[in-house]
Design a protein around this ligand. Structure first.
Ligand SMILES: [Zn+2]
Length: 229
């Protein structure tokens, strides 16, 4: 499928496609994905044109992912450009972009430690300062939802809208993260797995000590201001 994009948009797309190749490699190097699982997308905003997004193709192994294989979609998930089918999670990404205008990037993984919490339907409690910094509290659980319609997207948006956490553990499934950019969403996915692993280890040793809400608030505020959103 081909599509005529404006000169500005064509230049933006070239950059975003390349960026997505690097971000997908980051999922691999951070051990967040196996085989063809996981995906990252990025919104493209162009003055005077409707927003679109770029996402990983379906069923392509990570070593074969290149800029040309990325798929361009409108915010309803329809393919505008690309030689391959978009990720099977495209509807969920599209739903998030349609309903959360501030979101510029979405990442999805089945990373092991976070999935262990998702399998239990258990939020990751905020017992480490790194989690207070990045997530501002617990990492919440979203509803059980089956792929194929808007239910995953609805679950992500209903859980994360108005929540500090950029990550949601979809029950019995895995992690979806959002960010102002695709890179921010990948960072949240990496950090989510890191705190899930450490918290799992803590829970296996005993009962983690809670952090006072006032301290969580102060840590979050400081981190968000210093490292800026
Ligand atoms: Zn999944």
């Amino acid at each position: 499928m081909t599509n005529q994009f404006s000169t500005q948009r064509t230049a933006q797309l070239a950059q975003v496609r390349q960026e997505l190749v690097a971000l997908h490699q980051a999922l691999v190097s951070n051990h967040l994905v196996v085989w063809t699982g996981g995906n990252v997308s990025a919104r493209v905003r162009t003055d005077g044109e409707p927003d679109i997004f770029v996402i990983k193709p379906s069923g392509v192994s990570y070593e074969n992912l290149d800029a040309a294989s990325m798929v361009v979609c409108d915010l309803d998930g329809n393919v505008l450009a690309g030689t391959r089918s978009p990720s099977s999670d495209t509807a969920a990404h599209a739903y998030v972009y349609r309903n959360m205008d501030e979101v510029g990037g979405v990442t999805h993984t089945h990373s092991n430690y976070a999935c262990a919490f998702a399998a239990l339907g258990k939020a990751i409690p905020c017992v480490l300062t790194a989690q207070a910094d990045e997530f501002g509290g617990e990492i919440p659980v979203g509803p059980f939802a089956i792929i194929g319609d808007d239910s995953i997207g609805q679950g992500i948006v209903s859980t994360l809208a108005g929540h500090r956490s950029p990550a949601v553990l979809m029950q019995n499934h895995g992690v979806f993260t959002i960010g102002a950019s695709a890179k921010d969403s990948v960072k949240a996915a990496v950090m989510c797995e890191d705190v899930a692993k450490a918290t799992h280890l803590a829970l296996s040793l005993g009962e983690p000590k809670p952090i006072a809400q006032a301290d969580i608030d102060a840590l979050y505020k400081r981190y968000q201001n210093v490292y800026g959103k």
